[in-house]
Design a protein around this ligand. Structure first.
Ligand code: AQP
Length: 329
């Protein structure tokens, strides 16, 4: 079972990333043969960014993933740009990607509208690079949050079109989206997902927020009318907090509803804050230990890239032969 997922080096990661995706990485680490996790710095260049800060953000994200429990001895953890085969495959896959499909991508529509100066072609091609990341490892499973559903469907379509046009090289990957916490919502705006790009500071909880900030943000989270702690379409705020609580404690949402039946929003929010602090505080502690040793982090990424490259290079030999590009053999 090959497992792959990518995560952006956007500096600090939030609870949505943790609950929606990183939890799945940890679970995948136990089953993957191998489990491959990639810090996608090339994706970060598809919107305005700071080139001087980017290498630092990659190290932040590396330390954060390791603090959350990824173990480079049990998975492959590497930086995308260190394995150049991803870029080469992006170009080749763009020849089996329909322009119209890329135009339909929600993320491109949302992010291109917000770019102030330049809508980069790389933002448009983002899903093709993502497909290359996944397909180059002949991935079976991709743990992701719900927002990546459309991109994953496109990756499957690209694999199918390549295989039927050239040769059976790629595996059609399955997304693995958690039942609870697949879309953690912004604490202040319940129609929006918790997001690095769009959420305000009070709308998201960072994994490394100090405990007091976590408690404060949850306490001030927008709730809905009524007093009952139950999941319902007209109670998006409480539903979100119930899911966060369930995941933080490792129980079912029904258990949370039963426990807080009749207790009101105030007591419930306080308990959610505490549960999140309990979940995040150890991760924050480990992050503070790991982050200062930049040589060790770089060494981890170098080792991971070497192992990833071996697999990626093998796939590229097949792709080039199938497409008739480059010298054969
Ligand atoms: N709110 C969320 N709920 C559940 N899962 C989420 N993910 C992201 N937001 C939520 C999942 O986290 C993984 C990594 O995402 P990313 O590398 O795209 O992270 P990012 O760009 O730093 O931040 P956001 O907030 O994910 O993205 P933007 O800024 O674009 O809104 C993915 O598997 C994702 O599904």
């Amino acid at each position: 079972m090959r497992i792959f997922s990518g995560i952006q080096p956007t500096g600090r990661k939030h609870v949505g990333n943790y609950i929606g995706a990183i939890r799945g990485y940890l679970e995948g680490q136990e089953r993957g043969d191998p489990a491959i996790y990639c810090i996608v710095d090339l994706h970060a260049t598809s919107v305005a960014y700071d080139p001087k800060a980017l290498p630092r953000y990659v190290l932040d994200t590396t330390a954060m993933l390791m603090a959350a429990g990824l173990d480079p001895d049990r998975c492959i953890l590497f930086r995308q740009s260190d394995v150049r085969e991803h870029s080469e495959l992006t170009w080749l896959l763009s020849s089996v990607t329909a322009y119209g499909d890329l135009q339909r991508m929600h993320q491109f529509k949302d992010k291109s509208e917000r770019e102030q100066e330049l809508v980069r072609t790389s933002l448009f091609l983002y899903p093709v690079l993502q497909a290359a990341d996944i397909l180059i490892y002949k991935t079976d499973e991709v743990p992701v949050g719900d927002d990546q559903r459309q991109h994953l469907e496109l990756a499957r379509e690209i694999a199918r079109r390549f295989n039927s046009t050239y040769a059976e090289v790629f595996v059609e990957p399955r997304h693995v989206i958690p039942d609870v916490g697949a879309r953690v919502m912004d604490l202040q705006d319940h129609v929006a997902k918790m997001s690095t790009t769009y959420s305000s500071d009070s709308g998201l909880v960072y994994i490394d927020d100090p405990p007091d900030a976590v408690r404060r943000k949850v306490k001030r989270a927008q709730t809905d009318s009524g007093t009952e702690v139950v999941r319902a379409p007209e109670k998006p705020g409480i539903t979100n907090l119930i899911e966060i609580m369930a995941v933080s404690r490792g129980v079912e949402p029904e258990d949370v509803e039963r426990e807080f039946d009749g207790q009101g929003y105030g007591a419930f929010k306080e308990a959610v804050g505490e549960a999140l602090v309990e979940l995040l505080a150890p991760v924050r502690g480990r992050y503070e230990e790991l982050r200062p040793d930049e040589d060790a982090l770089r060494e981890t990424l170098r080792g991971g890239a070497e192992r990833a490259r071996t697999i990626a290079a093998g796939t590229m030999t097949e792709v080039r032969a199938a497409m008739g590009v480059g010298e054969l053999g």
